[in-house]
Design a protein around this ligand. Structure first.
Ligand code: ADP
Ligand code: MG
Length: 586
């Protein structure tokens, strides 16, 4: 998916509000930063004083003065220690809290994003964005204000102190700073580009690995390990190339800085030496210059090291914003109301639909009325639009034209939560969360009592096999848990829907992946489930839908036949054809 790119200004503008909650900590952090800086800046002044006084008249320099200066320095260092501790502890905690807030925002947004987003975004990429990319933000959030603040006050204060000693020498030395800043900023731009590419490629690599791990059975069955390895190698190599590029820019950056700080020392040694020989400055002044330039260079070095962190952080923020700025395509209309006690009368009125990213029209002016409590089955060729039709009712996608109504009201007038809350869906693939069987069933209605869960399992035909398991309802399922058969999983998913107890049921090829015996069991559960509810059944095994109130044949041209099983057989059309084909297969 095409991702928006942000300028540094935009990134900072969006990031700064995250500090709002932690204003106090931030101010304290900056205060501590100022304190440590001042402590550091006092040392050259003390050295300058001692040197100049000693050179002037060694005998006049009393032990008492030295002692007092020593004590002053000791106090300063203790304050420095406390301030540094605060910065390292609370400063980092603030960064971590901001990271947590951002991750929460990203997660919330991800939950609202529509199927279209997930169809077009690799899970590996999203995972990277909400984990690793945000780690970098912690460091950034803490160090960015602090380091820039320290650098700024250090540069300004040392400039004024040195200018007080000798203006022209100071101007000469400081001339290097803007020059260096200019070159660094240009290079920084390249470094940012390289980091952006790096992050993207890590996401690609994650996605690639995830894909081949999830599909490991298919890989093995087709002995395509070689091909997978090749694809992986390609992405891995690409990652290396991008890393090489960013190291190249980082190296250029660091070398430039080194050259400039060499230049600053050179100024002090040569120009300062000349000034001293000419008697314009004292030896203590030269010592102070040397020490200040050393601190300045150390600061600049830190900023340079931080530049990498800075760019990582900025890239992290950008990748975060790309998530939170992704369009929520399906949302509650401003005047949406809760759907109360729905009957389940569904009407498609002149519905046209095409997938947002693929302008292939799936439906054109489709009309369909499903009465409350009616059992409607949809059959038709694969790709005819059966699943799509069902997805429009819970608004997994919104119609392009026309409208879908429930009990006479456009479904867009209802809140998503209440609309989806009144629809139960059983699909071919069952997703069980890591956790116990019990937890997986209560997913249908969190907060349900144990009795209700057992009752739902009984009605879904799952109670028997659950109680046969060693740990019964508390058996773990999912990645590390017990392996259930397809039919058993499907009955758990039906139990979930029983617990939810919605008035509308959608069964999308719920038995397609099952063997005959499981199918028989599951079909019984489904029949119980659909009792007294509006039911839409998509099935490619016609046996399970014979008793539907109405059968629709849906093809790319829309609903081409409609009627009961007997009526459709009489028509000798497409359904008749399907039916005979299915019988021949038997
Ligand atoms: P059925 O369930 O009848 O097999 P679908 O509703 O899955 O058919 O698909 C109907 C048409 O929509 C097909 O042409 C299919 O390629 C297309 N389609 C399905 N899902 C998507 C999607 N997420 N994005 C774009 N096109 C899709
Ligand atoms: Mg389908």
């Amino acid at each position: 998916m095409e991702q928006k790119q942000y300028t540094s200004k935009e990134l900072l503008k969006r990031f700064v509000p995250y500090f709002k909650k932690y204003k106090g900590t931030l101010c304290m952090d900056l205060f501590c930063a100022a304190l440590t800086t001042v402590c550091e800046l006092v040392l050259p002044l003390i050295m300058r004083y001692i040197t100049n006084e000693g050179m002037r008249d060694l005998a006049a320099l009393s032990m008492q003065t030295v002692g007092r200066l020593g004590l002053l320095y000791l106090v300063l260092r203790i304050m420095d220690g406390i301030a540094s501790y605060y910065m390292a502890d609370m400063g980092h905690v603030m960064g971590a809290k901001i990271e947590t807030d951002m991750r929460r925002d990203a997660y919330r947004h991800l939950q609202q994003l529509s199927n279209t987003y997930y169809n077009n975004t690799k899970v590996g990429q999203i995972m990277g964005r909400v984990t690793n990319d945000l780690f970098d933000v912690t460091e950034f959030a803490h160090h960015c204000p602090e380091e820039f603040f320290i650098a700024a006050i250090k540069t300004v204060i040392s400039f004024f102190i040195l200018a007080g000693i000798h203006l022209w020498l100071t101007v000469l030395v400081f001339l290097c700073v803007p020059l260096m800043a200019g070159v660094c900023m240009t290079l920084n731009f390249r470094v940012k580009g390289a980091f952006r590419k790096q992050r993207h490629q890590i996401g690609e690599l994650n996605a690639r690995i995830e894909d081949s791990l999830l599909g490991h059975k298919v890989v093995k069955a087709f002995t395509n390990e070689g091909i997978e390895k090749e694809k992986f190698e390609k992405d891995n190599q690409k990652f290396l190339d991008i890393k090489k590029e960013s190291y190249k820019y980082m190296a250029m950056f660091q070398t430039t800085v080194k050259m400039f700080d060499g230049l600053m020392y050179l100024m002090v040694v040569v120009a300062g030496g000349i000034f001293m020989v000419k008697g314009l400055i004292l030896p203590g002044d030269l010592v102070a210059y040397m020490l200040y330039v050393t601190t300045l260079i150390a600061t600049i070095r830190r900023i340079i090291e931080f530049a990498e962190q800075f760019q990582r952080g900025m890239t992290g923020i950008e990748r975060f914003l790309q998530i939170v700025d992704a369009d929520i395509e399906i949302f509650d209309e401003p005047d949406a109301v809760d759907l109360y006690d729905p009957k389940g009368d569904i009407v498609f009125e002149n519905v046209s639909f095409e997938y947002p990213d693929d302008h292939n029209r799936v439906f054109k002016r489709l009309n369909l009325h499903i009465k409350a409590g009616e059992k409607v089955a949809i059959v038709g060729p694969s790709g005819g639009g059966k699943t799509t039709l069902c997805n429009l009712i819970p608004r997994f996608y919104d119609v392009t034209c026309g409208r879908v109504t429930l009990d006479g009201e456009d479904i867009k007038h209802f809140t998503l939560k209440s609309l989806r809350g009144s629809i139960g869906i059983v699909q071919q693939d069952v997703y069980l969360f890591s956790g116990t069987i019990y937890e997986n069933i209560t997913y249908g209605r969190p907060g349900a009592s144990r009795e209700e869960v057992v009752e739902a399992a009984k009605r879904a035909g799952a109670h028997e096999f659950i109680t046969e398991l060693k740990e019964g309802y508390d058996t773990y399922v999912g990645e590390r848990g017990v392996k259930l058969s397809g039919g058993q999983k499907q009955r758990l998913s039906i139990a979930r829907v029983f617990l939810k107890n919605p008035p509308i049921i959608i069964l999308d090829e719920a038995t397609s992946a099952l063997d005959n015996e499981s199918e028989f069991e599951v079909a019984k559960s489904l029949a119980r489930l659909s009792e007294g509810r509006t039911t839409l059944t998509i099935a490619h095994r016609l046996s399970s839908i014979r008793n539907s109130d109405r059968i629709l044949v849906l093809t790319e041209d829309g609903i081409v036949e409609e009627g009961t099983h007997e009526q459709l057989l009489e028509q000798k059309g497409m359904y008749f054809h399907f039916y005979n084909m299915a019988n021949q297969l038997k």
